[in-house]
Design a binder for this molecule. Structure first.
Ligand code: NAD
Length: 447
């Protein structure tokens, strides 16, 4: 049976580990965060991801999925057969403080901690998102630090999963990309992913740098698509046009397509913003300045959406937030996750708070993670509680729960019937019929 370790058991690694265990592999998850490891080992997810609760507990109960916080356990996994164990590295690669570039220190520390313990030729596979050139640099580091020296192998296998669909995306991805330096690594990775490729999922084999760039380019393209429609929203506002109708009309063109074409508050999260910035930084280092200038504008359009939402909210509060009560629906950076990293919703909530309003936030899953990061905001246990006495409701993360609310019931608890739909996802007719002033980015006030 194939044995696999997964180092770094956050949103990506924990799902990867449990999904591989569900394919029948024996998997050891490792993390430096002792609390996270204790929770995972007890079958308790340390974060919210649809379906992960059941998957994790099933796999832990089966005995195929275990956890540790020791590199020695990782290196020894597989015993005498440990040369056939493959090690996936899924640690975080955040934006460096005060810079655009990615901080790859966490991956370096995995190599530094693990390599000296790997005494037989072994394959390490990076899954974290990294700047082009990182895998080549790490190969040298790995070989210098491991007793197995130049026989150590490193490959890159970028991850494209979306939080909220992480299990589905891991077990049924659109494609698998593996960047390899030798046939043995390719064969090992083909073997790991055989249960997926047998179902027809394409697997592309590339060099290391291309595999790193595929991920950066995919995120750059998606960000560009979102910022494109948001730039159109700016023009629509100026021209008195309706960006939702514009977007719908564009979406029928198969060359354009409707996905990632919904105008609104823009993108956030632990990936897109820091990944396009890391891509910009790396493109700049490599002298590919066109990509740099272009992505800077994508980033700027996205950040302007947050400021514009605050401005529109202030307009709806008759020019000042002072003494106003604002309900914020949504804290997660998108629905179906509790991840609040670089959340546009919290960014808007916090700036309105700083401008003198009383802000009460409600998110179906992310109240706790939000409160850890933004303890000065108020948190409510329900959408209606958040809305009680509000002068304005801001709809900032498009959870289904918010679309299903009865605007008449909401109208009974608010102080003033005003809603600003930062995600263009509420039914404007329903809200207007319940007596609300409905505003949304990129749409005329009467639409
Ligand atoms: N979250 C996603 O949707 C997603 C999707 C695709 C790619 N990625 C990429 O995957 C990587 C991980 O992202 P994430 O969202 O899972 O991050 P995360 O912060 O949720 O998880 C990273 C984990 O790595 C652990 N870690 C840090 N240093 C370690 C070390 N030296 N040894 C062992 N564990 C260590 C941390 O404690 C943490 O639990 C990033 O590069 C990200 O860009 C994430």
């Amino acid at each position: 049976m194939k044995r696999i370790t997964v180092i770094g058991t956050g949103y990506l690694g924990a799902v990867h580990a449990a999904s591989l265990a569900s394919l029948g592999y024996e998997v050891l998850g490792m993390d430096v965060d002792a609390e996270k490891i204790a929770a995972l080992a007890a079958g308790r997810p340390p974060f919210f991801e649809p379906g992960f609760d059941e998957l994790l507990s099933e796999q832990v109960a089966s005995g195929r999925l275990t956890f540790t916080n020791s590199y020695a356990d990782v290196a020894a996994f597989g015993g005498d057969d440990r040369a056939n164990t493959v090690h996936f590295v899924c640690v975080n690669t955040p934006q460096r403080k005060g810079e655009y570039a990615a901080d790859t220190a966490y991956i370096d520390s995995v190599i530094d901690g693990l390599a000296p313990l790997l005494d037989v030729p072994t394959l390490i596979i990076g899954k974290s998102t990294v700047p082009a050139g990182t895998a080549a640099r790490l190969t040298s580091r790995l070989r210098a630090l491991s007793p197995a020296g130049d026989e150590m192998r490193l490959a890159w296998n970028p991850e494209f999963l979306r939080e909220g669909y992480a299990i589905e995306d891991t077990l049924r991805p659109d494609r698998l990309v593996i960047g390899v330096q030798d046939e043995e690594s390719e064969a090992a990775l083909r073997d790991v992913y055989k249960p997926l490729t047998d179902t027809g999922i394409p697997l592309l084999v590339t060099d290391l740098a291309t595999s790193e760039l595929v991920k950066a380019a995919a995120n750059a393209f998606l960000s560009t698509k979102i910022s494109f429609i948001n730039a159109m929203a700016e023009v629509c506002e100026a021209a008195g046009a309706d960006v939702m109708l514009l977007s719908k009309a564009l979406s029928f063109d198969p060359r354009i397509g409707g996905r990632f074409l919904v105008p609104g508050l823009g993108f956030g999260g632990g990936c897109l913003p820091k990944d396009i910035r890391a891509f910009m930084a790396r493109a700049g280092e490599l002298g590919a300045d066109q990509a740099l200038a272009f992505l800077k504008e994508v980033d700027a359009i996205n950040m302007r959406r947050r400021a514009r939402t605050v401005d529109l909210a202030r307009e709806q509060c008759d020019g000042s937030f002072l003494g106003k009560r604002i309900a914020v629906w949504g804290a997660a950076f998108k629905p179906d996750t509790d991840d609040v990293r670089d959340s546009p919703a919290l960014n808007v909530a916090a700036s309105i708070l700083l401008q003198g309003a009383q802000v009460t936030v409600y998110d179906p899953k992310a109240n706790d993670t939000a409160a850890k990061n933004f303890p000065t905001l108020n948190y409510a246990d329900s959408a209606l509680e958040a809305a009680r006495g509000a002068n304005l409701i801001l709809h900032l993360t498009e959870w289904r729960e918010f679309r299903e609310l009865d605007p008449n019931a909401v109208g009974e608890v608010v102080a003033e019937r005003r809603v600003l739909d930062g995600r263009n996802a509420l039914d404007s007719d329903l809200w207007r019929a319940a007596g609300f002033t409905y505003r949304a980015l990129g749409r005329p006030s009467a639409v």
